[in-house]
Design a protein around this ligand. Structure first.
Ligand SMILES: Cc1ncc(COP(=O)(O)O)c(C=O)c1O
Length: 395
């Protein structure tokens, strides 16, 4: 391995679930209780009915190479979904859409498409803190400097933009936004996205919006970046790239299928990189994905379960409110690691310490510390039981 690559990789901590394994090593979960896994954000809902049929009908596609940009009918199905979901007047399936093998790889790869460490221009990649850890890993391995936008309770967990200097914006290649947010549940409003677009124009950077949880919300349907861009008259989606996934909306994390949409020039540039990295989605899976983007019935069924789970959790917990979006509860605790260990040993519950989803700022402060993340992905009954058992945890 090259020295530079090795140094960048070594500067990254272990992935949160590896850290959790280490934290729990030597501990025994309470043997008298059934284990509840609220750690991983993996929806555990029944497979949508159409999956098997569509897969079987398209098995012969395994005999062919798929295209990097996606094959018919998937890009058009994605374009149609984006149009109806975000009331877009147009989005072109050929030039403004790419398919992804789940958004994780695409969120990682985009940093490698947009950062130019050799030229030392625009070294910053901005991201919320706490964050989906891929953003941080992508920025570091691409040779960028991660710039952390703190998300704190006092500001409703919105990544704070106003404290950033003009010089820093000027040196920013792109900004990751996560709305609805994993882990805080914050949703970007119209003004937030509009402000970011304004800054992007003034300081010449891109916005990469991770909207994977767009179909999981408590009350108001989350806005999308493309929708806000269109409403501001930017219907070429300049500087915008949106990613979304079937993992959460359709409870198909194993399908590894997502979408990339937005600025046609950036899409062309990214498609070129992707044609070399070889991330085309197998044809039979593309057909399943097209069916999943074309059906809202299963999405509504899932939404009902997530909402009922959140309601059941907070009823049993007795205080606080469900997040605006996502199926995560971001719970304030005294010491997140100590709470996670106690929950595991006393109540056989796995949850994630918030500090594992954050990074330390220049003052050594980790904006994820003092919180734990619970994923309500096991149905309504388990969500209520989770709250009841958590109430008994003593640190
Ligand atoms: C915020 C966020 N973005 C992206 C992903 C990646 O999902 P996938 O690669 O399954 O599309 C996840 C998965 O947990 C996530 O929480």
């Amino acid at each position: 391995m090259g020295k530079l690559t090795q140094a960048r990789l070594e500067s990254l901590g272990a992935y949160p679930f590896e850290r959790l394994k280490k934290l729990f090593s030597g501990l025994t979960p309470n043997p008298s209780l059934l284990h509840i896994d609220a750690g991983a954000g993996e929806p555990r809902l029944p497979l949508p009915k159409f999956v098997g049929d569509v897969l079987n009908a398209n098995l012969s596609g395994f005999s062919k190479y798929p295209a990097t940009r996606g094959n018919a009918p998937l890009p058009q199905a994605i374009a149609d979904w984006l149009k109806q979901r975000y009331k877009l007047a147009h989005i072109d399936a050929d030039t403004e859409i790419l398919t992804a093998n789940g958004t994780r790889e695409a969120l990682f790869a985009i940093a490698h498409a947009l950062v130019n460490p050799a030229a030392e221009q625009k070294p910053y990649v901005m991201m919320p803190n706490p964050m989906y850890q891929i953003y941080y890993g992508a920025a570091v391995t691409a040779g960028a400097k991660p710039y952390l936008l703190p998300c704190i309770a006092k500001h409703d967990f919105a990544p704070i933009l106003d404290a950033v200097s003009a010089e820093t914006w000027q040196n920013t290649a792109f900004v990751y936004v996560c709305s609805p947010s994993n882990p805080t549940g914050w949703i970007a409003g119209r003004n937030y996205y509009a402000r970011l677009l304004e800054l992007a124009d003034v300081h010449d950077f891109y916005i990469v919006a991770d909207e994977c949880y767009s179909e999981i919300y408590w009350q108001d349907k989350p806005l999308g970046l493309l929708e806000v861009a269109q409403d501001l008259g930017r219907d070429d989606y300049a500087r915008c790239l949106v990613m979304n996934s079937l993992s959460k909306r359709s409870a198909l994390p194993g399908l590894r299928s997502g979408l990339i949409a937005g600025d046609a020039d950036l899409i062309a540039h990214f498609a070129k990189l992707r044609s070399y990295t070889g991330v085309a989605t197998p044809l039979p899976l593309q057909h399943v994905a097209a069916a999943a983007w074309s059906d809202e019935v299963h999405v509504q069924q899932h939404l009902r379960i997530y909402r009922d789970s959140l309601a059941a959790f907070f009823d049993a917990w007795g205080e606080g409110e469900p997040p605006a979006g996502s199926f995560f509860v971001w719970l304030a605790v005294e010491n997140d690691e100590a709470f996670a260990k106690a929950a595991y040993e006393q109540q056989a519950i796995t949850l994630l310490p918030g500090s594992y989803l954050g990074a330390e700022d220049s003052d050594g402060y980790n904006a994820g510390s003092g919180f734990v993340r619970l994923a309500l992905v096991d149905g309504v009954k388990k969500a209520a039981e989770l709250a009841q058992r958590l109430k008994k945890v003593k640190v």
